[in-house]
Design a binder for this molecule. Structure first.
Ligand SMILES: Cc1cc2nc3c(=O)[nH]c(=O)nc-3n(C[C@H](O)[C@H](O)[C@H](O)COP(=O)(O)OP(=O)(O)OC[C@H]3O[C@@H](n4cnc5c(N)ncnc54)[C@H](O)[C@@H]3O)c2cc1C
Length: 493
């Protein structure tokens, strides 16, 4: 007897082969994380029948694991920004995001995100999010306090600091410690439950159901070892996260991310949402890009050190956001990078970095020798840096004056080369090309009827590690999920 072919995400089931529908709904959502939950809320509010399919035994995905930080601003400022003394115009936010994301930015999406940012903030607050009116005035990846606002990107880093007025936009929920994600998830999942949405757990979506023109009519899901055909009258929303847990896919599409050693995601981040879209002809874009970080702070004081490469030369402003630094670290010739700092008797390396001490020295010559750098290069770099730092200047990279002070002996050099133990967390930022509404586009730029994507399954607002701002991923997932849910619900009639 011939074995039945395995259902494959890149091979849609053809509508003409469907003999019966096992489940019928208006909006079928693949993945119950941040984007899926927000899609469900909006679709239900638009009077659609919504069915959510989640492969795990509970919802949350990476959103529930995250710090829950969201990037909001514009419109003169959110109430928190205003209370903390920051004025933020929509144009200023737009200019900053476009400049920091760079040439791969989707202008229409960035504009839409900025123009609706205050409304999205208000939507979250109406759903139960509480942000304390306090500014975290320390450089941090996330505040471990319950402060509501912090700088979470490269806003104060040159050249962006000259292209837009620096303004903090990272909003953290009022909770101490790294607990924002679970709290955010509690808030939005309660809203989903309140609306009586049909949620199917332990339900892995396998592929889409499409007609011969690739218009999407539903999906195939495996529940209790049965493959069920689901009809979605309005459409299918793919909100299944990214692909940081799929090693072959990473190596194929994003080899530079494959150099990372700490996937930042959940076990469901295997790219099936993206593959299902590709199966019906969707255009997958930005697939080589992702967030890759090197957590060299906290403590904030590490910013006063300098990164040098195998030539003993600096290559980045150390006041950059951690993923911007990682982006440049990975580009250095011969792959070697050291963080040079002053080391007192009680020196300890930055706790999250996991970097080995590669050398120490009472003099810079001694350190240079221990690090096996070309004779004289590190000496020159440190001398030049110190000379200008003493005057509060950094002619090469324009590090902000608050971090500029000469590096005094004794010295330490931490090995920050990739592949030598330093922590390099990463997640993907490539996905399906969509309109700001969430409608998925094919290779010709035409809309694929009945198909929507949101969150990390789509190529959204955040596009690169170099230009990443913390809060833009949860911000984009929740915002794009809302738009996709609304659009699919509207199409049902
Ligand atoms: C530790 C950590 C901290 C972070 N901190 C922040 C932060 O503070 N701010 C920020 O902006 N970003 C942060 N991020 C990134 C951010 O959390 C994610 O990029 C974002 O939440 C992704 O949302 P999503 O809805 O696209 O995917 P998810 O929330 O991951 O949801 C996707 C869901 O789809 C399910 N799924 C996958 N495939 C299938 C399938 N075939 N069938 C059914 N279900 C499927 C998954 O199980 C998952 O539940 C962090 C991430 C992590 C892991």
């Amino acid at each position: 007897m011939q074995k039945a072919a395995k259902t494959n995400p890149t091979q849609p089931k053809r509508l003409s082969t469907i003999e019966k529908w096992d489940i019928e709904t208006d909006v079928a959502i693949v993945g119950y994380g941040g984007a899926g939950a927000c899609a469900a809320i909006e679709a239900a509010d638009a009077d659609a029948k919504v069915t959510l399919f989640e492969l795990a035994s509970d919802g949350g995905g990476s959103t529930a694991l995250s710090s829950g930080e969201v990037y909001y601003g514009g419109h003169g400022g959110t109430p928190i920004q205003k209370a903390c003394g920051f004025e933020d115009s929509t144009e200023n936010m737009f200019k900053y995001l476009m400049a920091s994301i760079g040439p791969t930015a989707d202008e229409a999406k960035v504009r839409n995100y900025c123009e609706n940012s205050l409304a999205h903030y208000q939507w979250m607050v109406d759903k139960g999010a509480v942000y304390k009116h306090s500014f975290h005035d320390r450089r941090a990846i996330i505040p471990m306090t319950d402060d509501g606002l912090l700088y979470s990107g490269n806003e104060k880093t040159w050249p962006y600091s000259e292209q837009a007025t620096p303004c903090p936009r990272g909003h953290a929920l009022e909770i101490e410690g790294d607990n924002g994600g679970p709290l955010l998830w509690k808030i939005i999942s309660e809203q989903v439950q309140k609306r009586g949405v049909d949620i199917r757990y332990d339900a892995r979506v396998l592929t889409l159901i499409a007609d011969d023109n690739n218009a999407v009519h539903g999906l195939v899901v495996r529940i209790d070892q049965q493959e069920l055909n689901v009809k979605a009258r309005g459409g299918v929303v793919l909100s299944a996260g990214g692909f940081c847990m799929n090693q072959p896919m990473l190596e194929k599409y994003a080899p530079k991310l494959a150099r990372g050693n700490y996937p930042v995601g959940n076990p469901g981040d295997t790219g099936t949402g993206i593959l299902m879209g590709m199966g019906v002809g969707a255009n997958a874009i930005n697939m080589n890009e992702g967030f890759i970080s090197m957590p060299f702070y906290p403590p904030a004081e590490t910013t006063s050190g300098i990164f040098v490469n195998a030539q003993g030369q600096r290559f980045v402003s150390e006041d950059s956001y951690h993923s911007r630094v990682a982006h440049y670290v990975l580009q250095q010739p011969q792959g070697r990078v050291y963080l040079i700092q002053h080391a007192d008797d009680d020196y300890t390396p930055p706790p999250l970095l996991n970097a080995d001490i590669a050398g120490t020295g009472e003099t810079i010559e001694e350190l240079e020798e221990e690090l096996k750098l070309p004779i004289g290069m590190l000496k020159h770099t440190v001398k030049y840096y110190n000379q200008h730092a003493a005057n509060g200047e950094d002619p090469l990279f324009h590090k902000a004056a608050e971090w500029l002070k000469p590096i005094e002996p004794p010295f330490v050099g931490l090995d920050c080369s990739a592949d030598r133990g330093v922590i390099l967390p990463y997640f993907t930022l490539g996905g399906l090309e969509t309109q700001p509404s969430g409608e998925v586009l094919n290779l010709n730029g035409d809309i694929i009827p009945g198909l929507y994507a949101a969150g990390r399954t789509a190529a959204g607002v955040p596009r690169t590690g170099e230009g990443y701002n913390s809060g833009t991923s949860v911000g984009d997932a929740t915002f794009s999920g809302r738009l996709a849910g609304k659009a699919a619900a509207t199409r049902k009639t």
